[in-house]
Design a protein around this ligand. Structure first.
Ligand code: NAX
Ligand code: ATP
Ligand code: MG
Length: 358
């Protein structure tokens, strides 16, 4: 009895958080979700994918299907920015850029000729103190001249935590925000943002994609408490509200997504392999899917029927759904040997099964 009343209260809470009682909007949102296991609400990721993935059109030109840029890649990490950038391309973006340090650029280029790689970021070890101000301005100028072309930035995969580099990235984020360019923040970008919440606070075009550690740091900083797994959706909703209604995708056994208005869960089974890099696929995927969701919103001036109204939430649900399906397919083929590159190879076929190309 106690357990069932707790579940009932949880359902009531989630229903309220999914848009309250207002008739049509509520009914439409409820079509996009269905109740699973009595205590969590599952997003209909496949319907969302079908609604936002653009059809092929002979009159479209290069760039219209999306241009994304990843800010990340340093001496230690070259895989993460590659995974994020190539995933956006494999899903259907037309162009994918990487802005990284000089040390990382040659390596990332060697992984793929498809990526456009800019060796513009600098780390402290490479520069003198008296050069910092001038180099910081140059880094911003080098990125800013490209900025207006991008539909979305992904800040953080493999960025590292060098203080000078992070200061430069803060300036890049402020500039992107001035231009209203969406920003997906992941990896070390979350380390930066957790210590400088003003960079994203109140920016509706920001998405944070924390893993378990990154989420713990965010919760401690913003809510000044521990992670509460019993009431995970409620805690995420509060967190998103406290950071001014930005979208947060909490990764884990289930991915939970909230923008402070609604809470959605994606729990379709993925892969039991926890190899590094799957979060990087996710961040690149959120970038392209949210760009497509925004395009839909702008084109129709309306929400997608039966979907959440926030394109950043829509893009997050789509990305989580596809990543988990691709991970499941890759695991089916490679079992214990499954690696992130195998999952990336399954993005195309997984999307094809949901939205055939013709
Ligand atoms: N091939 C690459 O270049 C990769 C680079 N990566 C980059 O590496 C940087 C640091 O990211 P991390 O994800 O390692 O940073 P985190 O701060 O999330 O993780 C730090 C450590 O915590 C451990 N950890 C993970 N899950 C845990 C759990 N549930 N409980 C307790 N400990 C746990 C991890 O093993 C890791 O050693 C980021 O820039 C990220 O983008 C990663 O994306 C992985 C792939
Ligand atoms: N315990 C789990 N069970 C099933 N799927 C999971 C689990 N943990 C994470 N995932 C899936 O893996 C994806 C990546 O999450 P993860 O926590 O590995 O990110 P990450 O640590 O940032 O990865 P990266 O190594 O790229 O930095 C999530 O979107 C989620 O769907
Ligand atoms: Mg990560």
């Amino acid at each position: 009895m106690l357990a069932s009343s707790a579940i009932f209260r949880r359902q009531q809470f989630l229903i309220r958080s999914l848009g309250g009682h207002s008739s049509n909007i509520h009914r439409e949102r409820m079509q996009a979700i269905k109740c699973v296991s009595g205590s969590a609400l599952e997003a209909d990721g496949q319907s969302i994918l079908r609604a936002i993935v653009p059809t092929f059109d002979p009159f479209r030109y290069k760039g219209q299907a999306g241009k994304v840029a990843v800010i990340g890649g340093c001496r230690e990490y070259t895989g993460a920015p590659y995974f994020a950038a190539i995933s956006a391309l494999k899903i259907g973006a037309d162009l994918s850029h990487v802005f990284c340090t000089k040390d990382a650029a040659g390596v990332i280029k060697s992984y793929s000729p498809e990526l456009i790689v800019h060796p513009v970021l600098e780390e402290s070890y490479n520069i003198r103190d008296d050069e910092k101000s001038i180099i910081s301005s140059k880094v911003l100028a080098d990125v800013a001249k490209w900025m207006e072309r991008f539909d979305c930035l992904v800040v953080g995969p493999g960025l590292g935590r060098d203080p000078f580099l992070l200061d430069c990235v803060s300036e890049i984020m402020k500039h992107a925000r001035q231009l209203n360019i969406p920003i997906v923040v992941d990896g070390d970008g979350l380390f930066l943002v957790t210590n400088n919440l003003d960079l994203v606070s109140g920016y509706p075009l920001a998405v944070l994609t924390p893993n378990v550690n990154e989420y713990k740091r965010l919760v401690e900083k913003v809510l000044d408490c521990e992670i509460n797994d019993q009431d995970a959706p409620e805690q995420l909703l509060s967190l998103a509200r406290r950071v001014g209604g930005i979208t947060i995708l909490r990764k884990g056994k289930c991915d939970i997504i909230s923008d402070g208005e609604t809470v959605h869960v994606v729990s379709v089974f993925g892969s039991p392999r926890r190899c590094g890099g799957q979060g990087d696929i996710l961040s690149g995927s959120v970038a392209i899917f949210s760009s497509w969701a925004r395009q839909q919103n702008l084109a129709t001036g309306d929400n997608l029927r039966g979907s959440p109204s926030n394109p950043m939430v829509v893009g997050s649900i789509a990305a989580s759904t596809l990543l988990r399906k691709a991970a499941s397919t890759a695991f089916g083929k490679k079992k214990r040997a499954t690696l992130t590159t195998d999952i990336i190879e399954c993005l195309g076929i997984s999307l094809e099964e949901i939205c055939p190309a013709s």
